[in-house]
Design a protein around this ligand. Structure first.
Ligand SMILES: Nc1nc2c(ncn2[C@@H]2O[C@H](COP(=O)(O)OP(=O)(O)OP(=O)(O)O)[C@@H](O)[C@H]2O)c(=O)[nH]1
Ligand SMILES: [Mg+2]
Length: 388
């Protein structure tokens, strides 16, 4: 032990403020000796550090919950339909006109700013399903600091997909800067960039940690941190080289990851072609971009299907032997298997007493296949279940 280490240990032990205590303990660890005999002690301090950080996180979460309490109900939009798309753009970008052009809604349209003052829903019917479109009041720089802005961003945070609305009759960069900036400040991340750490809370299985070799540090402190936060069942994937802080961020529930796309409006306006090109050059690697003109009714179908694709859902239709398939589909998340469909129809009958499933795919080489509960479903599958 060096004298510095001993001095720092006393400072650490005498510090009471939690955040400061963490700082002092980190300092202490940086001064810790590197020789074999010290390993155990360093390990213990690491665990302690993980516990303190967990405690701090918990307090912060409680604080956040307390602050966002009250008022939280106001302006909340009840989700309806197979999925929800939030339209986010600067004011006058053509959001209401867009919604009116594909739904029965009659939202106010105006060439003055902030015609739509509150999050406003409308229903888009696409073949046999409904998609809820929500107009978010126009964003501006600093809108996250206003009551209405906060409320609007709270809706966006919980949506299934954000459609960024860019007005092709106006400068592109300044619109993007405002929208991306405001979303980022609201801790909304778009299109789930593959981060170094992915976590998924699950019902059972304990601590399932994958890619531990990517973790920079002792994997024991990860477990210690999870224990201290009372997280008993979780999948943690270190996909790239990751630090303890990145793990803490991954567990931070105030960061939302939302799917996103871009709708470029007013494709009929002067100069829109050049601006659309610029938009594609700068953003097509991050987003699918769909150009429309609501006024000329151009590409509205294309846009509606792009909404559908970005919900990452699939439709399956049930069928009784000897009859036509049901008209209304069952809507499931992409990646669902036969069991997920069976659970929606009748769990006791079709899972617990499962006998067989037949899938019909009209546009496939194999039109009829007998499958098990684990079989992956595709959009527009027709499924016929039998029980014992
Ligand atoms: N040329 C052209 N103008 C459009 C188009 N869509 C909307 N506009 C015009 O753009 C202006 C704003 O349209 P709104 O639909 O009210 O825009 P908004 O984004 O809902 O605006 P706020 O609710 O005020 O934030 C109106 O004057 C519309 O007529 C379009 O496709 N082409
Ligand atoms: Mg509007």
């Amino acid at each position: 032990m060096t004298p510095e280490f001993d001095r720092q240990r006393i400072i650490y032990e005498e510090t009471e403020d939690l955040a400061q205590r963490i700082v002092e303990l980190e300092k202490l660890l940086s001064l810790a000796p590197n020789h074999k005999g010290g390993e155990r002690m360093v390990g213990d301090y690491r665990k302690k550090l993980a516990q303190l950080k967990a405690l701090l996180e918990k307090r912060r979460e409680q604080e956040r919950a307390r602050r966002s309490g009250g008022g939280a109900e106001e302006g909340v939009i009840r989700k309806e339909g197979a999925g929800q798309i939030c339209l986010i753009g600067v004011t006058n970008s053509g959001k209401s006109t867009l919604i009116n052009s594909v739904t029965n809604a009659k939202l106010d349209v105006g060439d003055y700013p902030f015609t739509t003052p509150l999050p406003t829903p409308a229903m888009l019917t696409l073949e046999d399903i409904n998609i809820q479109l929500v107009e978010i009041p126009g964003l501006f720089e600093g809108s996250h600091e206003t009551g209405i802005g906060r409320q609007a961003l709270a809706v966006a945070r919980n949506t299934d997909c954000i459609a960024i609305v860019i007005d092709l009759s106006q400068d592109i960069e300044s619109q993007m800067k405002v929208i991306l900036g405001e979303l980022d400040t609201a801790r909304i991340r778009l299109n789930k960039e593959k981060t170094a750490v992915r976590v998924e809370k699950v019902g059972l299985g304990g601590h399932m940690i994958y890619g531990a070799h990517n973790y920079q540090g002792d994997i024991e402190e990860v477990k210690e941190f999870l224990n201290a936060r009372r997280i008993t069942n979780i999948i943690v994937r270190f996909q790239k080289s990751a630090t303890f802080q990145q793990l803490v961020d991954a567990l931070d529930t105030s960061v939302a990851y939302v799917r996103a796309m871009v709708v470029a409006t007013k494709g009929d306006a002067q100069g829109s072609e050049a601006r659309f090109k610029e938009l594609e050059e700068n953003y097509s690697s991050r987003f699918d971009i769909v150009p429309i003109s609501a006024e000329k009714r151009e590409n509205l179908d294309g846009m509606s299907w792009a909404f559908y694709r970005h919900l990452d859902i699939l439709r399956v239709y049930t069928k009784i032997p000897g009859k036509q398939r049901e008209r209304k589909p069952i809507v499931l998340p992409e990646g669902s298997v036969v069991e997920d469909a069976a659970a929606k129809i009748h769990k006791e009958l079709f899972i617990e007493r499962f006998r067989s499933a037949v899938i019909f795919r009209e546009n496939d080489k194999i039109k009829r296949r007998v499958v098990g509960l684990n079989y992956p479903l595709q959009d527009s599958d027709i499924i016929q279940l039998a029980h014992t």
